[in-house]
Design a protein around this ligand. Structure first.
Ligand code: ATP
Length: 305
């Protein structure tokens, strides 16, 4: 029996390895696919940032010519300030961040950083200037140290630890039997949503970009993690030009500017107080979320948690 078990078990391991490698390759090809959409102009210059003012000027965009996604999107994020985008699912919020990262080019209008059209700067310099804290961070099947250092290849151990401390994940890492050498990802330790976001924050701190895109997770973390992450983000957003793709309005109430997208158009803009007073779509979304929160608080299961 044992004689049969060992080879079968071995085959199982090989099968899992192959499956994982295929998953990694799929991810890699997915990324390459996205990069193929645009190419550097022959005379592309490195992006030179001075505070990083971001400007979307009358942007029109469609992934597919038959279906336009953004219509005359026009806004500016002054250097070093935070702008949040809200809107129903599918309204085009994440598309804005993909365009700022230049995964695609706009069909009309322009996107500029400190006056430089994204189509005229090298993609390498653009991607160097922008840090993304995504909804769902991809972890590589490697150590947690590697996963943080990925923010700035070549970063030393002390720098990784400093970033992990600033992202409040150092103590958690130290508590693991293998510390920073712990394997994570699909083949290693599975991290919770909040832990993964902290790894992404540590990566971004190491990268130290002029522009930050924060794509808020759709599924809420528990409120303690949520508050801690919000506090850290506020810290890293200070002095950086920040675009927040928001799903929970409570997290962006103090953003310098809030844009409300509806079917690819900016239908309202202003501060939280101004938008509440305007009594339009934002006010409706806010009232609905508050009502849902009150319901959740009133439900016994939530109180027990
Ligand atoms: P959510 O809040 O659900 O994340 P969103 O406001 O961020 O939504 P986007 O992801 O920007 O919405 O998508 C806007 C529209 O573009 C959607 O209708 C979506 O189906 C479409 N879309 C997104 N990505 C692609 C793509 N790669 N190809 C074709 N259509 C796409």
């Amino acid at each position: 029996m044992i004689q049969l078990y060992i080879p079968l078990n071995f085959l199982g391991v090989i099968y899992r390895e192959i499956k994982q490698s295929l998953a990694d390759m799929e991810r890699l090809f997915g990324l390459l696919e996205q990069h193929r959409e645009v190419a550097d102009a022959p005379d592309a210059q490195p992006l030179a940032t001075q505070g990083a003012r971001v400007e979307f000027a009358h942007v029109e965009f469609s992934y597919d010519p038959k279906r336009q996604i953004l219509f005359d999107v026009d806004f500016t994020i002054p250097a070093g300030t935070t702008t949040a985008v809200v809107g129903h699912s599918g309204s085009g919020k994440s598309t804005l961040s993909r365009l700022l990262f230049r995964f695609y080019d706009v069909q009309a209008g322009a996107i500029r950083i400190d006056g430089q059209d994204l189509r005229h700067v090298s993609q390498e310099s653009l991607r160097h200037a922008i840090g993304i804290v995504p909804q769902d961070t991809v972890l590589f099947n490697d150590t947690i140290e590697y996963n943080i250092a990925y923010g700035r290849p070549g970063a030393g151990h002390d720098e990784v630890v400093a970033a992990a401390r600033a992202a409040s994940i150092h103590d958690f890492i130290e508590s693991l039997p293998d510390g920073y050498a712990t394997m994570v990802g699909e083949r290693g330790l599975k991290l919770s949503g909040g832990e993964k976001q902290r790894v992404a924050i540590a990566r971004t701190l190491l990268k130290n970009p002029a522009i930050l895109i924060f794509d808020e997770a759709t599924s809420a973390l528990d409120s303690k993690s949520e508050q801690a992450i919000q506090a850290q983000l506020k810290e890293i957003a200070r002095q950086r030009t920040t675009l927040v793709i928001a799903h929970r309005l409570s997290t962006i109430a103090d953003a310098g500017q809030i844009l409300v997208l509806d079917h690819g158009r900016i239908v309202e803009r202003g501060t939280h107080a101004a938008l509440i007073a305007a009594d339009g779509l934002y006010r409706q979304m806010w009232d609905r979320q508050q009502a849902r929160q009150d319901e959740a608080l009133a439900s016994p299961e939530t109180i027990e948690q």
